[in-house]
Design a protein around this ligand. Structure first.
Ligand code: PLP
Ligand code: COI
Length: 341
């Protein structure tokens, strides 16, 4: 299968959609068990115009990556945490949970059957996109009568252009991503469309993304578009605590665990924008973003510049430690990188 390489320039990969060959799919009626899934050719779906997901946004997605290690292994990163997060999201959105074993089996099958789309070592990743959504028809605002779980894959390059080059961000005073009691803490598809226009505006003004503040005090940092926020002051690492309005990122958790194992003090706390602006270093972290150093943040009239726009020493240390494990170059004492056999 690997001889049949697609015509793709691996050095030109961006974070954009490319159709690959195969996808996993299965369905479940409300109140019943998921049927055993099947692998099929990548194809469009046939959906009722009254499907719950397209009328009321009842759906969630996950995002994970497979990489080719130097020794030839194909490795994932903590996929069981994506499975568990999806189950929490299903509970919040009134959808049947996909059992962890089924979720992981779907991911493994999808990677194996699209293996020719996995970029060579160090030149990109195979992004894995599980989706769970209400596919049954429903008119009243209520959980759909039927659900679909599918997984597809896409070869990707860096999420932010320029790889490890520090990005410029702007704090939004106008828009919020989530409010207490809402769905900000799960990967609900409906969380993303409201961020598109603010993000597009920021990009048109030369920023890579927006930083959202909390919706109650307009004072504490929440997230950076689709990645979690970290800042470092006097060698201490700060990241917003999980209060239900930000996504519990798997990269966030891994950075915290890794930093503590390297001897750093990490505070999961309310991060005042004033502290963030006054920090020595800042970065954001996510599956797509990996660790992306922040070079500057604009907030109203103020601009904070970190490390003269260079990558800070602690950010670099964490980046090297995390990517060493993600890419299978370094020892993985935590057992975070299962192979796809
Ligand atoms: N925050 C949001 C809103 C996201 O969409 C993501 C991406 O998944 C993250 C944070 C980072 O989470 P993870 O590290 O699990 O990819
Ligand atoms: C991810 O990091 O996997 C994300 O989901 C980010 C994004 C493309 C929405």
């Amino acid at each position: 299968m690997e001889d049949n390489q697609p015509a793709i320039d691996w050095d030109d990969l961006t974070f954009s959609f490319t159709e690959t060959d195969r996808m996993y799919i299965t369905t479940c009626k409300q109140g019943e068990e998921w049927s055993p899934g099947i692998m099929q050719d990548f194809q469009n779906l046939s959906l009722s115009p009254a499907a719950g997901v397209i009328n009321y946004g009842q759906g969630l997605f996950e995002g994970m990556k497979a990489r080719r290690a130097e020794d030839g292994r194909v490795i994932l990163f903590r996929p069981e945490l994506n499975a568990r997060r999806s189950a929490e999201g299903c509970r919040r959105l009134g959808m049947p949970e996909v059992p962890e074993e089924m979720f992981l089996d779907a991911v493994h099958q999808c990677v194996k059957e699209n293996i020719q789309w996995l970029p060579p070592t160090g030149r990109g990743e195979l992004y894995i996109r599980p989706l769970i959504f209400g596919s049954g028809a429903i008119l009243g605002v209520a959980p759909a009568p039927e659900y679909t779980f599918l997984v597809y894959t896409v070869p990707v390059g860096p999420y932010f252009k320029g790889g490890l080059n520090p990005i410029s961000l702007r704090v939004s005073d106008e828009y919020h991503r989530a409010a207490p009691g809402g769905s900000g803490g799960v990967k609900a598809i409906g969380n993303y469309a409201p961020g598109m226009m603010p993000s597009k505006k920021a990009k048109a003004d030369g920023y890579a993304e927006i930083i959202y503040l909390d919706a109650v005090n307009h004072q504490f940092v929440e997230e950076v578009g689709a990645a979690n926020f970290f800042c470092i002051k006097n060698q201490v690492i700060y990241t917003p605590e999980l209060t239900g309005t930000i996504l519990p990122g798997i990269t966030r958790l891994s950075v915290i665990e890794l930093a503590r194992s390297l001897g750093y003090e990490v505070h999961e706390t309310k991060v005042d924008i004033a502290l963030a602006m006054d920090s020595d270093e800042a970065f954001c972290a996510g599956t797509a973003a990996v660790i992306s150093p922040i070079g500057s943040i604009e907030h109203g009239e103020k601009i904070a510049t970190y490390c003269n726009g260079e990558v800070g020493a602690i950010t670099k240390e964490l980046y090297d430690a995390l990517t060493g494990i993600l890419e299978g170059r370094a020892d993985d004492p935590f057992g975070w990188t299962p192979s796809v056999d």
